[in-house]
Structures are given as structure tokens and as C-alpha cells.
Design a protein around this ligand. Structure first.
Ligand code: RAM
Length: 526
């Protein structure tokens, strides 16, 4: 279990002007009415099989213990209403129903009573409802993320049955796929399609991490969503809105939170992660590169630079970052992962972005100072974190060897060109126990391979990793996928895992990036 941070005393600072700008940038959601495409059955392994014909649904008389699973054929995010009536004698008792929504079919066979994870069971999309009077048009108040809906009749009475006449979902998203060109390589079209659906369904009033859970704006997720969005939906205003929210809602010392809430009011959470705070700088840099919006850059430079000042406090006199036993830095959900080397590299990575931004803003002197600091941090990484014998970066007092440390050192430019490529190949061969479990970390691995020119490895890995989720029938990509243990969950139970998780949408970005490079360099990645 990750150490949970609760800080009721935390003082916050609000930049009202920034929050006002963010509020004005809120877009209107696009709505679509979607009806189920079929009826299925789900076996004990969570596999789906064709069920009765959909046109027979209004003729089914459901009594105590009966159930029907509706399949909406693709992942939906929206508001569901059910038209129900009774059949038989007059309704002499409430209809008592259980409605269960699943992003994947397996969620329907997971028993919520047995849930024993450390995050709220409230995330399980299941409702028990009493209906006193039939017929009714039941409008469920929550927004759900799902492909499957199971209607289970807990009870009616001996004298009447329930009939489901119609079920409709008012699906919502800030963007539509219309006008988004597919990737050129048809063999990659399924990877691309599922990535796009993942991002589309996470784009609501802000970039949510997952529409099932946490339905919240997280900075680490935002960074990857924004990158993919520039290549696909091109909704620059939503990125701008999220940047102003993070920049305008901070701790009183200026620290940018790992995530924030938009309801019932805009408020920054009391979770702070070393890497996520720093990624505000990278996200701002990426946004500027994509939009050339200098005004926003000027506005948000101060909160961005403040993250460097705060991060600096964690370094010792040798320019080495010091970690702690708390949930201080994210990197990946891999259990037991030591974050020191990754954090050192992420600091250098974000210094690179800060240097570029400082130059754009004409802050030459500051850019020079940051460049110098970067040199010290790189030398320190090579002196204290590089293992000459093993030819890898190590992390923490126990000199842990992980993928994450190598990947981030490459992305930061601590090892470059051929040396970097050799390092990635070396760690892939060693395949240390400290692997990668989130699509978020796996994204960075692929990004590092591309940076080193290892395009074939990058494409093969995408096929293996994201393709692995496709082989399980994914309509959207997941929060966590460990090919060696597909059931894995960071929360003690996969019942609360999110199966449409924004940080996994990046094949749509990576594939387009590869295509662009191919056009420029004429190198094939197949
Ligand atoms: C998960 C969230 C989010 C991620 C954090 C660190 O709980 O869903 O995606 O950014 O962890």
C-alpha cells in the first residue's frame, strides 16, 4: 500500500486570475446517444459469448435471480437511462435490481462483497436499486465508464416480472474522432484506434486520468495526454485550462500538486510528488512548442520555475537527490522500485525543458546558471549512480537495478547516442526483476528507444506490450498491465483497476512521431 498523504493543515494559495482563465476555457461536451449492440453471457473466466438476440430483450420476463448482460460494443462514458415495466399481476412489491457496469467483462464476475483493497470500494460501478412503481424511466445520476451493463434481478415477487424495454447511454466527451487521420501503417490501426478511444473518453471537463477512477486531473497523466492530443484531437484549450488550474492552485509555498479536483470547487489535493510537480515544466514546454502561445508561457513561467527551486532542496551537497520511505515520487507502480536514480534523471530532464523556456523568454543569465547546475547533476549521476562493473545506473542504498533508472537517465541525456542505445539493449537483456508495470512507465521505455534510434525495438515492444492488452480484447488501454501477471493491481484488487486510463493512450502519439521521423529521415521502422 502506498503511504497515503493527509494534510488537513495544508495552506493553499490561489491565483484567482489564473483560475478565472481556466474557468473560461471550459469547453462544451459532445453528446451521443448510444444503445446496446447485443446481449452476451460472461463465463467464469470473464470471457464473453453471444447471448440472446437483442430484439428479444423487451420480451424477456425477468424474475428473481435472472440477469441479462448488455454489450455496448465499445467503451462508453456517459449517463444511462433504463425504460422498465412490469409483466404479470399488478406490481405488489418493489422491484429490487442490481446494476453492474464493467469496462471489461471480468469486472462483472468480480464479487464486490469480497473486495479487500486499500482504496475505496466506492469505485466499483455497482448499484442496488429499489423501484416502487413500474413502469419507469430510470435515469441513473452517476456517470459511468463501461462497455457492459449487467441487470440482475435481486427480487420481484411471485406475482410479477421485470421487463427491460430500452437502455440508452448519453455518451459524453470533449472531443470527437471525426477529422483525426489514422496512422499510415494499417497493421498499427487497431493500436491507434484503441489509443484514440482511450484518450477521447478521458477528455471531459479536464483531462481525467480515468473515467472510472480517479476521474481527476493528475499532472503525470496530463503530460502524456497533452502530447497525444497535439498529434490527434488538437484541443489546445483543454491543455491550457489544465495548466492554468495547476499553476493557479498551489500549496502556499508554490508547490504544484500531483492532482486536483474540479468539483464541488476547484481545489488542489494534498498529495505532492517530486516528479509530477516538475513535469509542470515539461508540460508547459510541450504546450508552448505545440501552440506557440507566448502569453501563457509568460504567465506560467513563475509557477513552473518555482518547482525547480523546491526540488533543489532535496539534493545533498554532492548534487545527488535524497529519497525517502514515503510516497514522495511516482515513476511507476512497480512494487519495491527505488526512485532515487529516476528522480535524479527526471530533475535533469526538466532542467532541459526549463533551460529551453528560459531562453525563449530571454532569460539568458538564468539559462546559463541552469545549464551549469545540470552539468553538476549529470557528473554526480555518473560518479555516484553509475556502476562501472555492471554497466548500469543503480538506485538507492541497496544499489537497485531497474528499467526505470536506465530509461530516465537516457531520456535526461545523461547517456547519449550509441552509449544510450547500448544501455537500453543491455538492460533489456538483463531484464531485471525491477521491471515496469504501468503503460506510463512502458511509454517512457519506448520513448527512450526512439530517442536512441532503436525504432524497430520500439515498434516491436509496442506490439508486445499494448498488443498484449489487445489480445485480452481491450477496447481502451488500461491503467496497469504486467504481461507476466495480467491480474496485477496496485490497490490489492483488480476490481478497482481502471481499464480506460489516459496514460496508456500514447501509442497514438508514438506511432505518429515515428511516422514523422520516417518522413524526415527515410528510415523504415518495420
Ligand atoms: C493513480 C492515478 C493516476 C496516477 C497516480 C499516481 O492512482 O489513477 O493515474 O497519476 O496514480
Amino acid at each position: 500500500m502506498a503511504a497515503v498523504s493527509i494534510d488537513l493543515e495544508m495552506k493553499r494559495f490561489t491565483n484567482e486570475a489564473f483560475v478565472e482563465k481556466a474557468k473560461k476555457l471550459e469547453g462544451k461536451l459532445i453528446e451521443n446517444l448510444v444503445k446496446p449492440a447485443g446481449i452476451v453471457t460472461v463465463d467464469e473466466k470473464g470471457k464473453i459469448h453471444p447471448g440472446a438476440k437483442l430484439e428479444d430483450l423487451p420480451g424477456m420476463l425477468l424474475k428473481k435471480g435472472d440477469s441479462v448482460v448488455l454489450d455496448f460494443e465499445d467503451h462508453q462514458v456517459g449517463y444511462v437511462s433504463l425504460k422498465l415495466k412490469s409483466a404479470g399481476s399488478p406490481q405488489d412489491a418493489p422491484a429490487y435490481l442490481r446494476l453492474k457496469f464493467g469496462e471489461i467483462a471480468k469486472e462483472l464476475i468480480e464479487k464486490s462483497e469480497e473486495y479487500n483493497g486499500w482504496i475505496s470500494r466506492g469505485w466499483i460501478q455497482e448499484e442496488y436499486i429499489h423501484i416502487d412503481v413500474l413502469p419507469v424511466c430510470l435515469k441513473l445520476p452517476r456517470r459511468y465508464a463501461f462497455r457492459f451493463l449487467e441487470i440482475y434481478v435481486v427480487d420481484t415477487s411471485l406475482k410479477y416480472q421485470v421487463v427491460v424495454e430500452e437502455v440508452v447511454c448519453r455518451a459524453v466527451s470533449a472531443v470527437s474522432k471525426e477529422g483525426v487521420a489514422c496512422v499510415a501503417d494499417p497493421r498499427m490501426s487497431q493500436l491507434d484506434k484503441v489509443s484514440l478511444r482511450t484518450l477521447q473518453n478521458c477528455m471531459q471537463s479536464v483531462f481525467e486520468d480515468g473515467p472510472k477512477r480517479d476521474r481527476r486531473l493528475w499532472l503525470g497523466d496530463l503530460r502524456l495526454q497533452a502530447l497525444t492530443n497535439y498529434e490527434t484531437f488538437k484541443n489546445y484549450d483543454m491543455v491550457k485550462r489544465c495548466l492554468y488550474l495547476f499553476g493557479g492552485l498551489t500549496r502556499d509555498d508554490g508547490a504544484i500538486g500531483a492532482c486536483l479536483f474540479t468539483e464541488p470547487e476547484y481545489i488542489v489535493d494534498d498529495t505532492f510528488l517530486f516528479d509530477y510537480s516538475l513535469f509542470f515544466i515539461s508540460t508547459l514546454k510541450d504546450y508552448y512548442e505545440a501552440s506557440k502561445d507566448l502569453e501563457t508561457l509568460k504567465d506560467l513561467w513563475q509557477p513552473a520555475y518555482r518547482q525547480i527551486e523546491l526540488a533543489r532542496e532535496r539534493f545533498n551537497d554532492n548534487y545527488i537527490i535524497e529519497g525517502s520511505d514515503t510516497f514522495w515520487c511516482f515513476v511507476d507502480w512497480k512494487k519495491g522500485l527505488d526512485k532515487q536514480a529516476s528522480a535524479q534523471a527526471i530533475y535533469i530532464y526538466t532542467l532541459n525543458a526549463a533551460i529551453e523556456l528560459a531562453k525563449i523568454l530571454g532569460k539568458e543569465e538564468l539559462a546559463k546558471q541552469l545549464q551549469e547546475e545540470k552539468g553538476y547533476c549529470i557528473s554526480a549521476a555518473l560518479k555516484y549512480l553509475w556502476d562501472e562493473k555492471l554497466h548500469v545506473f543503480i538506485s538507492g542504498a541497496k544499489r537497485q537495478v531497474s528499467y526505470a533508472s536506465q530509461v530516465w537517465m537516457v531520456l535526461a541525456g545523461v547517456k547519449k547516442d550509441q552509449e544510450a542505445g547500448a544501455l537500453l539493449k543491455h538492460i533489456t537483456e538483463i531484464n531485471p526483476d525491477m521491471g515496469m508495470v504501468t503503460p506510463y512507465m512502458n511509454h517512457h521505455y519506448v520513448e527512450a528507444l526512439i530517442l536512441c534510434g532503436e525504432k524497430k525495438m520500439a515498434v516491436d515492444y509496442m506490439k508486445y506490450y499494448w498488443g498484449g492488452m489487445l489480445s485480452y480484447g481491450a477496447d481502451t488501454f488500461w491503467e496497469l498491465y504486467n504481461p507476466e501477471n495480467p491480474e496485477e493491481s496496485p490497490y490489492g484488487s483488480s476490481a478497482v483497476n481502471s481499464y480506460c486510463h489516459a496514460w496508456s493512450c500514447t501509442p497514438a502519439y508514438l506511432l505518429r512521431k515515428l511516422e514523422k521521423e520516417e518522413k524526415t529521415n527515410g528510415i523504415s521502422c518495420n
